[in-house]
Ligand binder design. Structure first.
Ligand code: HEC
Ligand code: HEC
Ligand code: HEC
Ligand code: HEC
Length: 471
């Protein structure tokens, strides 16, 4: 263990020096190396007060909390303990890049922006992400106070400039792909997953799903970039809605989670004596990357199949746990990041892809009718970790499907008679929500709708590309 830590820290310092600079020494405008930039070159978030609405959206997002996040702090403390404090600076470079760039990381008294996580003045001064592969914060910044985004006609009390980069997933990718600083193992791959997704082929960017006004609605909307600014048709929101229900904005996170997947359940209505197989199919219909994605060694996504008796009491008859596990060099798993050299287990669902699983179903003696339910559940972390870090850890039902099954034909007939004229309460395939949202494109797309929906987004994107986006 100690040996490995030493090896890690030696390579770590090297890798940090070579690729770690937030702004690599490329030819682009003004590149900055860590420690070379002045704290004053990064306005703190509250200074962006003309963008009051965007500011409050960002404040509710995990980007504003990335450094203060109790789960993050707990995991960094663990990683620091295992590596003699060598890993912390690597973690914080992405969770709070300004401190790194300005040489304030690890200091007790830092400038406000350096303690504000992934702050406005970081993203809006990015001019390039360097050469691929994008990972571990390769961004290049131009610190001349020019704020860059997708608008071509902005009139602000500060300098502004149009940036194509801000309209693409590439600006996100540099932080949403994470490689091990010691051995290069891919730890998080959200951007790489998106790059190969059907959504990427259609031109749907991270921004369309994660910065829309009201997820699960996809794409920009009509609105205002700042107080007093003209109404524009292509406004995005600094919500960065994700899946953190307890620490982020719960409404937006729940909306995304509930539109990510579809669950279908097949079971015979009347079970043969000795039971039957039920088949459950889970499809990733709404995410432009794997389900789960990101920190998949920590996230908890689980398919649970239960049978409910007449009183509604549920008994679990089977489960399937999705996610990944790292292994250490001896092959032991799960391994923590400092020791990780490979992936031991990987069960995730690609964008647009499905997985199916069969479960054995028998009704307990004496039970004539029961509801079988397949549920896809999500939690941000294992309960033990959440408890140790002192955060709540709610479970969200992403999607579910229920079917009523019977022990005999007679039981089925009796049930139908009881139900009278009303529906039997049996739904072969219950929803992941995903109904049409106001005048926009829902994420949970029926096959027939996909083309039309995607064409809408592509239209927006091409307008931007043509330079017609802001009129
Ligand atoms: C993680 C990076 C990131 C952070 C943090 C961020 N932004 Fe943005 N912002 C973007 C991107 C990317 C766009 C353009 C989206 C597009 O066109 O696809 C944008 C667009 C904008 C726009 C143009 C108008 C609009 O809403 O579309 C303004 C103004 C803006 N951001 C202000 C802010 C302010 C103020 C903050 C902090 C309170 C902030 N941003 C935080 C990435 C970021
Ligand atoms: C088609 C819509 C769509 C696109 C495109 C998309 N996402 Fe997502 N994303 C979702 C949905 C839905 C969820 C919630 C389900 C989940 O956790 O995966 C999500 C979840 C996430 C999460 C939280 C995962 C977790 O469990 O904590 C992150 C981080 C994320 N996306 C980042 C990105 C980035 C970065 C990109 C671009 C490279 C991107 N997404 C592209 C729809 C999308
Ligand atoms: C400087 C690095 C950086 C950049 C650039 C960046 N992110 Fe993030 N993002 C992070 C970090 C770090 C977190 C995790 C914060 C936490 O949970 O502690 C995160 C979290 C998220 C989440 C999960 C939120 C949740 O509630 O689960 C989403 C969604 C997301 N980012 C979207 C984006 C999008 C879209 C872009 C591009 C416009 C982007 N990010 C650019 C570093 C970055
Ligand atoms: C290059 C960028 C980057 C680096 C470096 C990085 N992270 Fe993250 N981290 C992210 C992103 C992006 C997310 C959001 C992914 C998701 O939602 O699944 C995240 C999420 C997390 C979360 C989940 C927070 C929550 O509230 O759910 C923890 C914990 C975390 N990171 C710990 C670490 C530790 C410990 C390190 C150092 C070993 C580290 N990170 C290094 C980008 C990074």
């Amino acid at each position: 263990m100690i040996k490995l830590v030493r090896a890690l820290s030696a390579t770590f310092v090297l890798v940090f020096a070579l690729t770690g600079s937030v702004c690599a020494a490329a030819a682009a405008p003004v590149s900055v190396r860590p420690g070379n930039a002045l704290p004053t070159q990064f306005p703190q978030a509250p200074q962006c007060v003309c963008h009051r609405m965007l500011l409050s959206e960002w404040q509710e997002s995990m980007h504003s909390k990335a450094l203060d996040d109790p789960l993050f702090k707990f995991k960094v403390a663990e990683a620091d303990k295992a590596t003699g404090k060598k890993l912390g600076p690597f973690c914080r470079r992405c969770h709070g890049p300004v401190a790194s760039i300005t040489g304030q990381d690890g200091k007790a008294d830092v400038s406000p922006a350096a303690s504000q996580g992934v702050v406005c003045s970081f993203c809006h001064q990015v001019v390039s992400t360097g050469k691929p592969p994008l990972a571990n914060v390769p961004h290049l910044l131009d610190l001349t106070g020019v704020m860059r985004a997708q608008l071509k006609d902005a009139q602000a009390p500060h300098f502004t400039q149009y940036s194509k980069l801000h309209t693409t997933s590439e600006i996100c990718g540099g932080c949403h792909d994470v490689n091990h600083p010691g051995n290069g193992l891919a730890l998080e791959t959200t951007y790489a997953e998106w790059k190969k997704s059907p959504q990427a082929k259609q031109g749907i960017q991270c921004q369309d799903c994660h910065m829309s006004e009201e997820p699960p609605v996809v794409g920009p909307s009509t609105g205002y970039a700042a107080e007093g600014a003209p109404e524009r048709p292509n406004i995005y929101h600094m919500t960065f809605a994700g899946a953190q229900v307890a620490l982020g904005n719960p409404t937006r996170a729940t909306a995304l989670l509930k539109n990510a997947a579809k669950v279908e359940l097949e079971a015979p209505e009347v079970l043969p004596a000795g039971g039957a197989e039920v088949s459950v199919k889970v499809t990733n219909v709404g995410a432009g990357h794997f389900l789960p994605t990101g920190l998949t060694e920590v996230r908890q996504m689980r398919l649970s199949v239960v049978v409910a008796d007449a009183d509604g009491k549920e008994t679990e008859i089977g489960e399937r746990v999705f996610g990944t596990e790292f292994k250490d060099k001896k092959g032991n798993h799960p391994a923590e990041i400092p020791d990780a050299v490979g992936v031991a287990k990987d069960d995730r669902i690609g964008p647009g892809a499905s997985v199916s699983q069969k479960f054995k179903l028998t009704l307990p003696a004496g039970i004539q009718a029961a509801d079988v339910t397949a549920r896809l559940l999500y939690k941000s972390a294992p309960d033990e970790l959440a408890k140790a870090a002192g955060v709540e850890n709610p479970t969200t039902v992403m999607a579910e499907a229920t079917k009523r099954v019977f022990a005999t034909q007679e039981a089925k007939a009796a049930d139908a008679a009881n139900a009278g004229a009303g529906p039997s309460g049996s739904t072969g395939q219950a929803g992941s929500g995903g109904g049409l949202q106001k005048g926009a494109v829902p994420m949970c797309l029926g096959a027939a709708m996909i083309a039309a929906a995607l064409a809408g987004i592509a239209f927006w994107r091409s307008r931007k590309g043509n330079g017609a986006g802001n009129e």
